[in-house]
Write a protein that binds this ligand. Structure first.
Ligand SMILES: CC(C)(COP(=O)(O)OP(=O)(O)OC[C@H]1O[C@@H](n2cnc3c(N)ncnc32)[C@H](O)[C@@H]1OP(=O)(O)O)[C@@H](O)C(=O)NCCC(=O)NCCS
Length: 427
């Protein structure tokens, strides 16, 4: 690829569409601190955040240097009225390979300029640019689940939230050998990067993290209100190998000192031993009545690790990673399959990137994908293909909803994986 996500020119079609409404689509030069600051301020405002301080801006400028940063300007207004940024992230797919995916973040439109087609122009530009560069899929996490289906994204992983009554549950898991110790972000950062890389590579749906995204999980970024109360505990195997960490905050205790609440910021576990040891640590903390955690997998085993299942309550299950397939053969051949099969898929794509009829032949877990004129076994829009791509058991529900036609069970048998995909962070 001679052009990269950073150097590819701005999308002419979206530029023209916005120009017709008196708006200007433009890439932000990462070296232009004033322009990047204005973009960051617009981004924070878009998500109802605080106005960033000088220190936060300085850190964010460094964090976004490797991203393609796009702004929409209404000339005469200094802060952009639309923002988006993107980069190419390795998405772990079933079987463990990393698919190059176009990660999209910071989609905001100023409330003064909403519903004028700015998001449509921004998303169209991102998808056309990614497609032109040969990136086979786009991915994002979303603030609202109603927004991105129209651009061909489908929910592909789900995240769970938990509330555990620490006074009620008792550890019922296996012994947890290994060593736990407090550390600090400064001391642990490089080790933490390696642990995160291993954690992310171990599960379909996770993405390889840029230093910025990893830093958010290991230690506080500037401006984090909880920065001075966040704790970091590492897990090392009995052989001394770093395999996991947990960052958390302890709150409450004002009325009853024995009833603090622990909020887990992030639990990284590259191995099962790390996962169980860190859960046990959290559940056995003294002076704590409740442990809360979010963005865990749908197969989070915590209920089975305690003797009173109802003491570990699932508080939320919601869509998390959304996948937009841009190149059907490239995406389907990059993952592995747990059973062999032969299916003709008719994929429809209103935006024209990935539509077509494809025969998918899986032998020994590997797929070949060929264009075909044979009658389809399954007909589905590209967003439904994105939903089943990473192995989640969504085919049956999508069929019931009329968003997969034909032999959805055969599609499910071919695509589903024993371990469901998971994305355990936001981006
Ligand atoms: C979501 C957001 C980016 C939409 O921007 P926008 O410029 O108003 O969107 P557009 O004018 O291009 O609208 C495109 C279509 O999406 C629909 N749409 C936009 N926002 C929507 C929402 N929140 N829920 C449902 N539909 C929405 C519009 O009605 C329109 O539909 P149509 O094509 O059928 O007419 C904007 O409202 C925003 O910045 N929200 C706050 C930040 C945020 O949530 N960002 C998303 C991050 S994941």
């Amino acid at each position: 690829m001679t052009e990269t996500h950073l150097t590819a020119p701005v999308d002419e079609r979206s530029k023209g569409a916005l120009a017709d409404s008196g708006l200007r689509l433009s890439l932000v030069d990462p070296a232009d601190a004033a322009a990047l600051d204005a973009w960051i301020i617009a981004d924070f405002r878009g998500f109802h955040g605080r106005r960033p301080t000088e220190e936060v801006l300085e850190e964010a400028r460094g964090n976004f240097g490797g991203r393609r940063t796009t702004a929409v300007y209404d000339d005469g207004v200094s802060t952009p009225v639309g923002t988006v940024n993107s980069w190419v992230a390795p998405l772990t797919v079933p079987g463990g390979a990393a698919l190059e995916a176009w990660a999209i973040s910071s989609v905001t439109v100023a409330p003064t300029h909403r519903r004028r087609g700015i998001a449509t122009a921004l998303l169209g530009a991102e998808l056309r640019t990614a497609h032109a560069l040969g990136v086979p899929a786009a991915i994002l996490t979303v603030s609202e689940s109603t927004i991105y289906g129209r651009w061909g994204f489908g929910p592909a992983t789900f995240a769970t939230g938990w509330s555990i009554d620490a006074k009620r549950v008792r550890w019922a898991g296996a012994p947890t050998p290994g060593r736990l110790s407090f550390t600090t972000p400064e001391e642990y950062r490089e080790t933490g990067y390696a642990v995160l890389a291993e954690t992310m590579a171990s599960r379909a749906g996770e993405i390889g993290l840029e230093p910025y995204l990893a830093d958010r999980l290991i230690g506080p970024l500037k401006g984090d209100e909880d920065g001075d109360r966040r704790l970091l505990v590492r897990y090392d195997s009995p052989e001394g190998r770093p395999e996991g960490f947990v960052s958390y905050v302890v709150r409450g205790g004002e009325e009853d000192f024995s009833r603090h609440v622990v909020e887990v910021g992030y639990l990284a576990a590259a191995t099962d031993a790390a996962l169980t040891a860190l859960w046990r640590f959290l559940l056995e903390l003294d002076l704590v009545a409740e442990v809360k955690a979010w963005t865990r997998g749908v197969d989070e085993p915590v209920q089975l690790l305690v003797q009173d299942i109802r003491g570990a309550r699932l508080t939320s299950v919601q869509d998390h990673l959304w996948v937009r397939i841009l190149d059907v053969p490239a995406t389907l051949t990059s993952r592995r399959y747990e059973s062999d099969g032969d299916l003709v898929l008719e994929v429809t794509d209103e935006l024209g990137f990935a539509g077509g009829r494809y025969r998918v032949i899986v032998e020994d877990g590997e797929a070949r994908v060929e264009s075909t004129a044979d009658a389809p076994d399954v007909t589905l829009p590209v967003e439904s293909l994105g939903s089943v791509y990473l192995g989640h058991d969504l085919a049956r529900g999508l069929a019931l909803a009329g968003r997969i036609h034909g032999d959805a069970d055969a599609l499910d048998r071919l695509f589903r994986t024993a371990v469901p995909p998971r994305l355990s962070t936001w981006f």
